[in-house]
Design a protein around this ligand. Structure first.
Ligand SMILES: [Ca+2]
Ligand SMILES: [Ca+2]
Length: 104
């Protein structure tokens, strides 16, 4: 066993000088990127009504041609409500799309 121990000592002494303990890290394993939906970091606003185009309130038959000083004004009012309520104020009696023709 003497020979064996000597050879062991010789072996260990020779390798200790080399110090080749540094293993090269072969291409570190790339982190697996899991494709998952982005976590919501911000609280989502709940039930915020979208800015509706124009939920105009029904004005009813609240206007007459006399309430406008110009046909243009009457027309603007008419055009604003017409898509929703039609000729709600009866400004276009003859239904030709022109409100209050009598106005200047
Ligand atoms: Ca009217
Ligand atoms: Ca008309």
């Amino acid at each position: 066993m003497i020979v064996l121990s000597i050879s062991l000592v010789a072996c260990s002494s020779s390798s200790s000088g080399g110090g080749d303990e540094v293993e090269e890290d072969p291409a570190a394993p790339t982190p697996v990127i899991v494709d998952r939906p982005t976590p919501y970091s911000q609280p989502r606003p709940t039930a915020v009504p979208p800015p509706a185009p124009t939920p105009l309130e029904n004005p009813g038959n609240s206007k007459n041609c006399e309430d406008f000083s110009t046909q243009e004004e009457a027309q603007a009012w008419y055009d604003r409500y017409y898509p929703y309520y039609g000729d709600i104020a009866d400004l276009d009696r003859d239904n030709d799309g022109i409100a209050c023709e009598a106005l200047p």
